[in-house]
Design a protein around this ligand. Structure first.
Ligand SMILES: Cc1cc2nc3c(=O)[nH]c(=O)nc-3n(C[C@H](O)[C@H](O)[C@H](O)COP(=O)(O)OP(=O)(O)OC[C@H]3O[C@@H](n4cnc5c(N)ncnc54)[C@H](O)[C@@H]3O)c2cc1C
Ligand SMILES: *[C@@H]1O[C@H](CO)[C@@H](O)[C@H](O)[C@H]1NC(C)=O
Ligand SMILES: *[C@@H]1O[C@H](CO)[C@@H](O)[C@H](O)[C@H]1NC(C)=O
Length: 587
């Protein structure tokens, strides 16, 4: 215990210490045989199948068009990759079945940012980074109202997966609902030069397909977003008890333009974000430099991971709970990373410009060797799953009640999720986008430990599996396109009333499925596995129906949920020789 405490104190003390850092690795690697794409977490790395013959790096819209034309002329499959590759499912992986695929990177197609001050819109090249765009927009006296909390994304990539912040006001929290135009490069006949650019404007019904298109409708060359006059925000976090989340979340979202709620179930704590816009003349030069996205000391990230692993191996739930308590306490102390003027948090409310308060990611930038993003795959740092479920607002209260029931069977079972960010609850408004949310919705994210080896079961994994199945199956929540494990996508088509319109748009623009692959089809068509392999439930590739889908050898058997009885989860039941462990660890 002593070493644990020591370690926690050192960790929390150094968490926000910035020295030097490694920017994230290039997600693409090429050799004589071709190129392999990985995501930023390195989560696809050991499966060498995200592969293409070649990659090109266009710098202009015309070069981008020629690359599409080239692929079309030679019957090659095609996927767009970005310099970030921050999406978790393998949507950007080209077809390996055909073998003849190329990748087009937007990494160097990232300079065009044109602001039309008269019409309050900005038009950017698809490879432009979110931060780059926001800084330009703010310089010109405007603000972009919605953005994901993480800034390490390209504009083309973020709209393609429906990325969002949090708001039920105005156009709402999803960035694609601020999109008023998209230029799309689609395959064309030989007489048209094999590829053409189509410019979709606000009134064009195809724009509803192109706003969230999972990279499958065409290659996005430009995105036009609506802006508002520059503004500031005033943010206060209220760390309080969690007894009324289900009764008050609607009021929160109505009362505060950028409300969100972070729920730490094991600690019975809810953190309400009171967050409204204020005029530019209100004093304050604050920033939101979210703690989880700050540079982390590499040795510390490694030792946190090692500690987490050790706790997993020894089934040390109490240790996890101590870590969770310290983490939540530290977040309260530093207001999650809000800073009043530059370096420090000195008190609420924190007021600052929209461009500095909505999105962050300081771990992306510094140079050197000592620090990195905590999940950098080169350092054996954090490795975790991210589940994100999008609920119809009317169903959300019952989901929370169910999770509370599950929590109350043993609150310590939720410590593993509270070490990360608990349950982050955000708001997204109803949208016209075919693959967006058709009604006002509530989005819940939760992250949790992922083992290095897919075959290694995890402490309390039955609990996350039950929450996951409750969300996606009992309450019909939709999976965020950029996150989640495969099972979350089962039946996803039926959850989108306009799914057929999206498919019709796809047939019209990409009739030969040039931009599809077995990887993206697996996500978009969300078919259940027909042959369930051993251990498939551990990685979220299936819902278990027999013990072999879990890990009988390690004591994990397929059992029913504790609250949602229809759930089928892998639960630890000690082997007979370890009966004494049962009392200690079983629920
Ligand atoms: C730490 C972290 C925090 C996050 N926080 C949030 C959050 O707060 N809210 C949220 O909603 N999401 C969040 N995300 C998810 C993130 O917003 C998405 O993964 C986003 O799509 C990543 O953008 P990217 O530029 O890396 O795109 P990629 O992951 O590279 O690509 C995404 C998809 O878009 C396609 N694509 C990219 N560019 C084009 C183009 N020009 N034309 C056609 N297709 C294209 C790709 O082929 C792929 O299918 C987070 C992710 C991480 C890693
Ligand atoms: C890959 O593409 C580049 C530029 O587009 C080209 O010069 C090169 O010959 C290609 N390599 C292969 C193996 O096709
Ligand atoms: C924090 O929330 C609690 C519960 O809703 C409330 O009673 C309290 O007044 C709030 N505190 C602040 C500072 O707003």
């Amino acid at each position: 215990m002593d070493t644990l405490w020591c370690f926690i104190i050192v960790w929390t003390g150094l968490l926000s210490l910035t020295t030097y850092a490694m920017p994230p690795p290039n997600p693409v690697r090429c050799n004589q045989i071709g190129c392999t794409l990985d995501n930023s977490y390195g989560a696809w790395g050991d499966r060498k199948d995200c592969h293409a013959l070649n990659i090109t790096y266009p710098t202009t819209e015309e070069e981008l068009r020629s690359a599409v034309a080239f692929a079309n002329q030679y019957n090659l499959k095609l996927k767009v990759v970005t310099k970030f590759s921050h999406t978790i499912p393998k949507l950007a992986c080209p077809s390996t079945a055909s073998g003849n695929a190329i990748m087009i990177s937007t990494a160097n197609y990232d300079s065009g940012i044109e602001i039309d001050t008269e019409n309050s819109v900005v038009t950017v090249d698809a490879g432009v980074g979110l931060r780059q765009m926001i800084d330009k927009v703010e310089e010109a006296g405007f603000s972009l109202v919605a953005a994901p909390y993480w800034e390490g994304v390209s504009v083309g990539g973020l709209i393609s997966t429906g990325a969002h912040g949090s708001s039920w006001w105005g156009r709402g929290g999803a960035v694609h609902d601020h999109v008023v135009g998209v230029s799309l490069i689609v395959p064309a006949k030989e007489s048209q030069g094999y590829a053409r650019i189509i410019r979709l404007e606000a009134q064009d019904p195809l724009l509803n397909g192109a706003k969230v298109s999972l990279g499958m409708l065409g290659v996005i060359s430009k995105v036009k977003l609506s802006l508002e006059k520059g503004f500031k925000r005033s943010i206060t976090y209220n760390f309080t008890d969690d007894s009324h989340i289900e009764d008050t979340f609607t009021d929160q979202a109505k009362k505060y333009e950028f409300a969100d709620i972070t729920w730490y179930p094991s600690k019975h704590t809810a953190v309400y974000r009171y967050d409204n816009r204020v005029p530019l003349h209100v004093k304050g030069d604050g920033t939101y430099d979210f703690l989880g996205f700050q540079p982390n000391s590499i040795p510390i990230s490694k030792s946190i991971r090692a500690t987490e692993k050790a706790m997993e191996n020894s089934r040390n739930l109490k240790g996890k709970c101590t870590l969770a308590a310290t983490t939540v306490g530290y977040k309260k102390l530093v207001a999650n990373g809000l800073k009043n003027g530059g370096l420090l948090f000195t008190g609420y409310p924190v007021v600052g410009r929209q461009g500095k308060m909505q999105t962050s990611g300081s771990c992306l930038y510094s140079k050197g060797i000592d620090t990195s993003c905590a999940w950098d795959p080169r350092i054996k740092g954090l490795f975790f799953y991210e589940s994100t479920a999008i609920f119809q607002a009317t169903k959300f209260a019952d989901f929370i009640r169910d999770v509370k029931k599950l929590r109350d069977t043993n609150p310590d079972n939720f410590c593993g999720v509270d070490i990360y960010n608990g349950f982050l609850i955000r708001f997204v408004k109803g949208s016209q986008a075919y693959l967006g949310q058709s009604e006002d919705s509530v989005v819940v994210d939760f992250n949790y430990y992922r083992a290095d080896e897919p075959s290694t079961p995890r402490l309390n994994q039955d609990v996350w599996e039950e929450v996951e199945q409750m969300a996606f199956f009992k309450y019909g929540a939709k999976p965020h396109w950029a996150k989640n494990r495969n099972l979350a996508f089962i039946g996803v088509q039926k959850k989108y009333p306009n799914f057929n319109k999206f498919i019709a748009a796809k047939k019209q623009l990409d009739p030969q499925n040039m931009l599809s692959s077995e990887w993206s089809d697996e996500i978009v068509f969300g078919k259940e596995l027909t042959i369930k392999g051993d251990g498939c439930a551990l990685e979220g590739l299936c819902v278990c129906s027999q013990d072999t889908h879990c890990s009988p050898a390690k004591g994990y058997l397929c059992q029913q949920g504790l609250v949602y009885k229809e759930a089928r989860v892998c639960r630890y039941s000690s082997p007979p020789s370890m009966v004494s462990d049962i009392n200690q660890f079983q629920v």
